[in-house]
Design a protein around this ligand. Structure first.
Ligand SMILES: Nc1ncnc2c1ncn2[C@@H]1O[C@H](COP(=O)(O)OP(=O)(O)OP(=O)(O)O)[C@@H](O)[C@H]1O
Ligand SMILES: [Mg+2]
Length: 161
């Protein structure tokens, strides 16, 4: 587990880029954090790090719930904020996405917990990079990166620099 602090949206984009550059097909990134924490900002950086052109990134998939991008590795950006019922997840085909050879980034991953306050996730999710974001003030954000069963890669995820 490592903690990184950023002091601006630009620093968060940079952090995202560093993470994205180390991702491989099949990686699942679970984002946690309140409204305005910086999940979408980090995701944008991650997409750039994976190799997506700056102009290709649109925004958080608020109405569609899922955006798919075609970078070096396919990217699925999922935002579960508006998800209200379990059935919707099934309709989204989320399980298929999670286990596809893409990079999948999920905002509001809290909604995937099998029970509140549990450390278990739906769909048998095991391998993942959890990123917990907390807002310290208007511009200060603390990122806690917690890899769980992440497959080995070169360069490795840590150190990020
Ligand atoms: N250090 C920082 N890192 C990221 N964003 C920051 C930072 N400081 C200020 N901000 C601002 O905080 C906001 C973060 O918005 P963002 O959409 O990324 O949050 P979010 O977690 O995706 O929110 P939501 O839950 O609504 O999806 C932006 O307006 C951004 O400019
Ligand atoms: Mg968002």
């Amino acid at each position: 587990m490592i903690q990184i602090t950023t002091r601006s949206a630009d620093e968060t984009l940079e952090l995202g880029e560093k993470i994205g550059a180390r991702l491989i097909a099949g990686d699942l990134i679970l984002l946690f954090g309140d409204l305005g924490a910086g999940k979408t900002c980090l995701t944008q950086g991650i997409c750039q790090g994976v190799g997506l052109e700056k102009e290709a990134y649109i925004r958080s998939p608020t109405f569609t719930l899922i955006n798919e991008y075609h970078a070096k590795i396919p990217i699925f950006h999922v935002d579960l904020y508006r998800l209200e019922e379990e059935a919707e997840i099934i309709n989204l085909g989320l399980e298929e996405i999670i286990y596809s050879p893409a990079v999948t980034i999920i905002e509001w991953s809290e909604k995937l917990k099998s029970e509140k306050n549990s450390n278990e996730f739906k769909y048998g999710i095991q391998d993942r990079l959890e990123i917990h974001i907390s807002s310290k003030n208007e511009t200060l954000r603390e990122f806690t990166l917690l890899p769980v069963n992440l497959s080995p890669r070169e360069p490795s995820l840590f150190p990020l620099l």
